[in-house]
Design a protein around this ligand. Structure first.
Ligand SMILES: Nc1nc2c(ncn2[C@@H]2O[C@H](COP(=O)(O)OP(=O)(O)OP(=O)(O)O)[C@@H](O)[C@H]2O)c(=O)[nH]1
Ligand SMILES: [Mg+2]
Length: 297
């Protein structure tokens, strides 16, 4: 039996979370066309008859626009912590990359030289991965280079075959029924944030956090026979709050309806979801707010 931790690292939007979903064969973590979708490192568990690989999904390496952006600093700390825990790194790049960015060099610097790294080039369904192999090959030695497409489920077996030799011998850490090392409450907040990322435009989703104020299973709420969730959609300004609510409350209603259905699919329970919009000025810059919203280590 083999068991080990593989941290998936890469620029924002290259498809790290999509790859995890493809490997696990389910919509485990949220994805979106917008960068900085993932905010917390999250362990997702892949099992076969003789191996367990714990994949850590991480935020894309972020260039903090100012030292006051404490959320940005947290995202990068999450990446460092994931690397520290890992037996191997899966560095994910985009097949359409034509030049290396400063953040690519930063990634090369933060991965210890002794840690084995597999380079996977994703989105090979829409661009030839060869050029990206050459580009990233300049940055360090790789244990293997694999072309994948999370969207088309291509190259996944080859990827696992490349990772297994890097995983230590050992018994499985997680029960094979466990998909993710997180709570249902966190997953519900992520599902709601995922809808916000899909439904709101431009920078607004990046200014929103979701706080679950109340989470009551049907056992705790026998008269309702439903999973009861009350959540706040937290923005930094009144203007953003208005956008989240939408005219006549249409937007928050839509976020609520779509999230409720997705949480029902994920939990198999009937869900009563109540959403409120709320402002916490500059929550992304404030350590106390970040901690309260789950963005602190
Ligand atoms: N064409 C194509 N698109 C893909 C593929 N994998 C992911 N995408 C798209 O790329 C976008 C970003 O995907 P995510 O999985 O959220 O990317 P990420 O690296 O986790 O992003 P962050 O969490 O923001 O760092 C989404 O629109 C995906 O649908 C792929 O193999 N091919
Ligand atoms: Mg992600």
């Amino acid at each position: 039996m083999k068991c080990g931790v593989v941290a998936i690292i890469g620029l924002p939007n290259v498809g790290k979370s999509s790859l995890i979903n493809a490997l696990l064969g389910t919509q485990a973590v949220i994805i979106s066309p917008k960068p900085q979708t993932t905010r917390n490192s999250l362990r997702c568990i892949w099992n076969s008859n003789n191996a367990q690989i714990i994949f850590t999904d991480t935020p894309g390496l972020y260039s903090a626009s100012s030292s006051r952006d404490k959320l940005g600093a947290f995202l990068n700390d999450e990446i460092l912590a994931a690397i520290e825990d890992a037996d191997a790194v899966l560095w994910l790049a985009d097949a359409s990359s034509r030049k290396l960015l400063p953040q690519d060099r930063e990634i090369a610097e933060i991965i210890p030289a002794k840690l084995p790294v597999v380079l996977a080039v994703n989105k090979s369904d829409k661009a030839d991965p060869e050029y990206a192999f050459g580009l990233y090959g300049e940055l360090r030695d790789f244990a293997a280079k694999v072309a994948v497409s999370a969207k088309k489920n291509r190259g996944l077996d080859e990827l696992v075959d490349a990772l297994l030799p890097l995983i230590p011998e050992g018994e499985a850490i997680y029960d094979p029924d466990i998909l993710m090392d997180t709570t249902e409450k966190f997953m519900a907040a992520e599902i709601i944030r995922g809808r916000i990322l899909m439904l709101l435009r431009d920078e607004v989703p990046h200014c929103v956090a979701v706080e679950i104020e109340e989470y009551k299973s049907p056992e705790e709420y026998p008269d309702r026979k439903k999973l009861y969730i009350r959540a706040s959609l937290i923005t930094e300004t009144d203007g953003q709050k208005k956008i989240v609510i939408g005219s006549n409350g249409n937007m928050i209603k839509r976020i609520g309806e779509e999230s409720r259905k997705a949480i029902e699919d994920a939990t198999g329970l009937d869900v009563y979801l109540e959403l409120w919009a709320k402002v916490i000025p500059h929550w992304r810059r404030n350590s106390t707010s970040l901690k309260r919203l789950g963005y602190s280590q």
